[in-house]
Design a protein around this ligand. Structure first.
Ligand code: ATP
Length: 707
């Protein structure tokens, strides 16, 4: 038996190809080494060396597998110590025992044979006789085996160290690196790294579980929120429907109230007529009885013809009611002019592509038709149509000149010292600027009214008049002078500074430092209006390509003196014609404004809301709050004093603007209910309140003053 054969005893010798298949682990258990003489016959033969090589290779692979198992056990032990979990059964004993614990008995025997020094020296001696190629290979295999064994020993040693430390954490691991070779340190470091990674993975899994739980919870919350949102939407829809119905009921009730008030007024007139008739009759009876007495009874009283006055009364009462021009179907009758106070409401309908919503039914009546109109909601659809009454209604075909024609008398009263205010109110794009400003071909109310006042005043013989114009815009609650000289306007290219609105001791609003331009001719008027148009702020929105972003108020101050000879008999008048082109209420969703446009829209809507509240308070006979916005403060004298005020409500007849149209119609309708007594009472209250809050405000520069 050759040395090589003896070295490869054990399981590695079990190969069927091996000649030494019957050999036992004698090399390691005391079998006598083969004599060199006996070996020489085979020394040059390559067969045994090849067998030895195969066996060495097999042992190497078994050892590599054992090493891997040792490392796995060690990792498990480390994991158990860091996470305080149970150790894998028998792992520490296996590691204590070393590679043998991981090898089969035959492999163990082969390993022992390999480790036997005597045999190895013999093996090395004989290795010199081996063919050179195989020798190198065998040496290499041997070196790898040794390295593997050394690695296993180091691993075993490291485990023994960490085992001695009991359940210490992985901070003990660096002891492995003390074991010597670079590979071992690297392996230990990578095992630490793997351990760390395992920790992280486990932590990540825990976090993942938490996150999953939170996600599930959030999903539940989201589902609940969606459900609540759906319910809220449903509620909002129901409320909207109810609100629409309530609005229509209010409308209906106010019509009835209107009718009742009118009927009461009629009844009062009739009662007065009847009382008069009774007086006349008793006079007549007296006269008759005197006549009868003198003529010794020629006629019975029942045959008596009604007196001319009685006839007039009987005929005139119904016809005068009819002449108020309202049909009685909805019970709506206009209050006669002398009972309607200082506030007038006109409605103007802008022509639109999709008409059909509004119908002008007479001079003062407008019908809102909603049944079958696409876009009208269910509550509106339940009514065929609804009638609204105003002082005048202008259809889409009416021109601005036609609208102005209905207010010439009102405007003309400026010449006799009345303050007059005309304002256009309505949603954006409904034609306020078209009505108030117009263009070269179709001038608006501003130009027509100012020119008309100039003409009317000049026509008064014996009077000398002077006129001056001023104009402001209320932009984002800032008051700006629209007629400031161009140089001042462009100074530094900066935004103009807002003017100060003050309240004098009488409670009247006054603007400090406002430019006033004298006007004597229509050319002057045109120049002033053109300057206003250049200075005021417009911008494009989805609803209107040229949308006013501010409320514009143009004022004409009229001062006149009669040319009487003496001071005692001379008279003077001062009045103001105020023309207001309000910015339009707009739904920001529809107009699509953002940024600065959004700020403008919200300032516009806020100030219009406060104006609406003032009208509502006047209607309810409550004290209105004018201090909520600059606009209402500027308009306060016209809404409370003796000023005559006309509101032109502009609406669109397109179905797309149904909501806004109803709101505007309701605004006008509500304003129609404002009675003169309310105005006067509210005015007194408001002026008292304002005068109390305004300390000793002084007015400087130009100011607007109203009676
Ligand atoms: N009665 C009308 N006849 C013909 N065109 C009209 C009429 N009313 C309005 N328009 C046109 O509709 C457009 C919008 O009108 P306008 O700018 O006057 O609306 P607005 O109410 O002033 O809007 P905003 O409040 O946004 O300034 C303009 O092009 C105008 O010429």
């Amino acid at each position: 038996m050759s040395a090589a054969d003896r070295f490869t005893l054990g399981s590695a010798c079990q190969s069927s190809h091996s000649r030494s298949a019957s050999c036992s682990a004698g090399g390691a258990s005391g079998a006598s080494p083969t004599s060199p003489a006996a070996a020489t016959t085979d020394e040059t033969a390559t067969g045994p060396w090849i067998t030895a090589r195969e066996r060495l290779a097999r042992l190497l692979s078994a050892l590599t597998a054992a090493l891997a198992n040792m490392a796995r056990d060690r990792r498990r032990l480390l994991a158990a110590s860091t996470e305080a979990t149970d150790e894998p059964p028998g792992a520490s004993e296996r590691l204590q025992r070393g590679p043998q614990a991981y090898l089969a008995p035959a492999e163990c025997a082969a390993l022992r044979a390999f480790e036997c020094t005597d045999q190895l020296s013999d093996f090395h001696r004989r290795l010199r006789l081996c063919p050179p190629a195989l020798r190198a290979e065998l040496r290499q295999l041997e070196a790898r085996l040794r390295a593997t064994l050394e690695e296993a020993a180091q691993l075993q040693q490291g485990v023994a160290g960490s085992g001695a430390a009991g359940d210490q954490s992985s901070t003990n691991l660096p002891r492995l690196s003390d074991l010597g070779t670079g590979d071992c340190r690297e392996r230990a470091a990578s095992q630490d790294f793997v351990g760390e990674l395992v920790n992280r993975v486990q932590q990540a899994e825990r976090e993942n579980r938490c996150l999953r739980a939170r996600q599930a919870k959030l999903k539940r919350v989201l589902r609940d929120a969606k459900e609540q949102r759906r319910q809220l939407k449903e509620l909002a829809r129901r409320l909207k429907t109810e609100r629409d119905q309530a609005m229509l009921q209010v409308c209906h009730l106010s019509e009835q109230l209107h009718a009742a008030t009118t009927a009461a007024a009629t009844a009062a007139v009739e009662a007065a007529s009847i009382a008069k008739e009774d007086d006349d009759r008793s006079d007549l009876d007296e006269e008759e009885s005197r006549t009868t007495r003198s003529m010794s009874m020629t006629m019975l009283p029942s045959h008596r013809q009604p007196s001319p006055h009685q006839q007039r009364c009987r005929l005139s009462t119904p016809s005068s009611v009819a002449s108020w021009g309202m049909d009685g179907a909805a019970g709506g009758r206009a209050i006669p002019d002398d009972r309607r106070g200082k506030l007038r409401i006109f409605v103007r309908i802008r022509p639109d592509d999709s008409a059909g919503l509004l119908k002008v039914a007479g001079r003062c009546k407008i019908l809102l038709r909603t049944r079958g109109v696409p876009g009208a909601n269910a509550s509106l659809n339940s009514f065929d149509s609804r009638a609204f009454y105003y002082d005048r209604v202008f259809g889409p075909e009416s021109s601005s000149a036609c609208v102005f024609g209905a207010m010439t008398e009102l405007v003309g009263s400026c010449c006799s010292g009345h303050n007059v205010c005309i304002m256009a109110y309505g949603q954006t794009g409904s034609g306020k600027t078209h009505t108030m400003v117009g263009d070269q071909l179709n001038p608006g109310v501003n130009r027509l009214a100012i020119a008309s006042v100039l003409r009317a005043c000049r026509g008064r013989s014996g009077w000398q008049f002077s006129f001056a114009m001023c104009a402001v815009e209320v932009y984002n609650e800032d008051i700006r002078d629209l007629l400031r000289p161009p140089r001042a306007a462009n100074a530094g290219g900066t935004a103009p500074k807002g003017l100060k609105l003050m309240t004098d001791v009488s409670g009247a609003a006054a603007i400090q430092g406002l430019t006033e331009i004298p006007v004597t001719s229509e050319a002057d008027i045109d120049r002033c209006i053109a300057r206003c148009e250049r200075t005021r702020i417009y911008s494009a929105t989805r609803l209107n390509g040229v949308s006013s972003r501010s409320h514009v108020i143009v004022m004409l101050r009229v001062s006149g003196e009669s040319g009487a000879a003496s001071e005692l008999t001379s008279q003077s008048v001062t009045s103001t014609l105020t023309l207001c082109d309000l910015a339009g209420s707009e739904s920001v969703q529809k107009s699509g404004v953002c940024g600065a446009g959004l700020r403008e829209a919200s300032a516009i809507n806020r100030s219009l809301l406060s104006l609406g509240k003032v009208f509502e308070d006047l209607r309810k006979r409550q004290r209105p709050c004018f201090r909520e916005s600059k606009l209402t403060r500027l308009l306060q004298p016209h809404l409370t004093g003796s000023s005559r005020c006309l509101v032109i409500v502009t609406v669109r007849e397109s179905v797309n603007h149904l909501d806004e149209t109803i709101r505007s119609l309701m605004f006008g309708h509500s304003a129609m209910q404002t009675q003169p007594a309310d105005c006067a009472a509210a005015a007194a209250a408001a002026v008292d309140a304002d005068a109390a809050t305004a300390a000793s405000a002084t007015t400087a520069g130009t100011s607007i003053r109203h009676d």
